[in-house]
Design a protein around this ligand. Structure first.
Ligand code: NAD
Length: 368
């Protein structure tokens, strides 16, 4: 540890105009030197839509490499073996993957299965002695998240959550500006996250597998964004739900929730999470002395935005490439991203989601 402090020290340097040495973007700044350090050897569990996106992005990674798969579908495994040159001995299914403990050629398992399965999958990977990278939301409530944190601690492995925005250059710049006081005291955040969900039979609309609806899937970006844009943890939430299609969005599966959060400094956040609107992906931060506006703010990018000082011009680099190289750096060198991506960070978001659901149910303000 101590590296987070180093990072912050480097940030201070950047405030006087030098490059951010710890910035993820600089991982890719052409140094001319081929990378010679350790490589994080990753097995992806769940070869669905996002697993495929991560695998494609990892082809460009320097510090991490896709070397294995865990899947229940043999045809997908065959396809991935050819595409990514994966040896048969690194391929598992959901029944036999505990045997991964005897495989010295895999360092980490990246869990990219439906939310309701994350806890069990992550804990099994940890018990097999592998570092765990788990997609958001880390589980379906804070209790599950804490169980995962505890299991990974007991197994002496890292638990990291797929918070790719914590490595995204324009996002990192806005957080740096906030830390450097360039917005003055942050006062207000607005986060709007949504898209129109399709197929009514998909797991995202199944309470058991999804843990909820839009909030678990997309609203979590506004929650996490509020925390990293304002730089504080909320102390209360209020929330209101609207449902226009109770057939598609069954009991416990939220379609649209508006929610508000209050922070110790007096800052407030006003957010919207929905499965009923496309192109909703916007963050707005207002401080006493300035603002940042990002739209899109958490999609796959390019992220676009401006502050009171002008356009954000940091380069677009595939988020998952940055994330996986950043996570390798974190695991091997202890280099922390600007905002943590560990299990504890995941639990903080889960606690807020639990409180939002409680506020919806009771109609009352819920203290955190
Ligand atoms: P998906 O449906 O495309 O893929 C899920 C995979 O899990 C499939 O390969 C499926 O076969 C497998 N699976 C294993 N057991 C299953 C079961 N019992 N029921 C259904 N599927 C099962 O979903 P996805 O979009 O890839 O999402 C997977 C995870 O990734 C979710 O937690 C989601 O929130 C997360 N995600 C994160 C991002 C991001 O930007 N960080 C983006 C998309 C999805």
């Amino acid at each position: 540890m101590g590296t987070r402090r180093n990072f912050l020290e480097k940030l201070t340097v950047s405030a006087i105009g030098l490059p951010i040495l710890g910035s993820p973007a600089n991982l890719f700044a052409a140094s001319g030197e081929p990378y010679q350090g350790p490589v994080l050897r990753v097995a992806i569990m769940g070869l669905g839509s996002y697993g495929n996106r991560v695998a494609r992005a990892m082809v460009s990674c320097k510090r991490s490499k896709l070397v294995g798969v865990i899947s229940g579908t043999p045809s997908k495994v065959a396809d991935w073996r050819v595409k990514y040159d994966i040896p048969e001995k690194n391929c598992y299914n959901y029944d036999n993957f505990d045997q991964i403990k005897d495989n010295p050629d895999i360092d980490a398992v990246y869990v990219i299965t439906p939310n309701g399965l994350h806890k069990d999958h992550a804990i099994r990977a940890a018990r097999a002695g592998k570092h765990v990278i788990c997609e958001k939301p880390m589980g379906i409530n804070a209790r599950e998240g804490q169980e995962m944190v505890d299991a990974c601690k007991a197994a002496n492995v890292r638990l990291l959550i797929g918070y790719r925005m914590h490595f995204e250059p324009k996002t990192v710049e806005v957080i740096r500006m906030r830390m450097a006081g360039e917005f003055g005291k942050p006062k207000f955040f607005q986060g709007q996250s949504g898209f129109v969900i399709g197929d009514p039979t998909q797991w995202r609309l199944n309470k058991k597998l999804a843990g909820g609806g839009a909030m678990m899937d997309i609203g979590i970006y506004s929650i996490n964004g509020a925390r990293y844009m304002l730089g504080e943890e909320p102390v209360w939430v209020t929330a209101q739900e609207t449902k226009t299609d109770p057939v598609k969005f069954k009991e416990g599966v939220d379609e649209t929730i508006q929610f508000q959060m209050g922070f110790p400094s007096g800052a407030v956040a006003n957010c919207l999470s929905t499965y009923a609107m496309n192109h909703l992906d916007r963050f707005f931060l207002n401080g006493e002395d300035g603002f940042a506006e990002m739209q899109p703010s958490s999609g796959y990018g390019p992220i676009e935005g401006r502050t009171h000082k002008g356009e954000l011009t940091q380069p677009h680099i595939t988020h998952q490439t940055l994330q996986m190289d950043g996570m390798a750096q974190l695991i091997f060198d202890g280099v922390e991203p600007i905002v943590p991506v560990d299990g504890e960070e995941g639990v903080k978001d889960m606690k807020i989601i639990d409180a939002i659901f409680q506020a919806v149910k009771t109609g009352k303000r819920v203290d955190l």
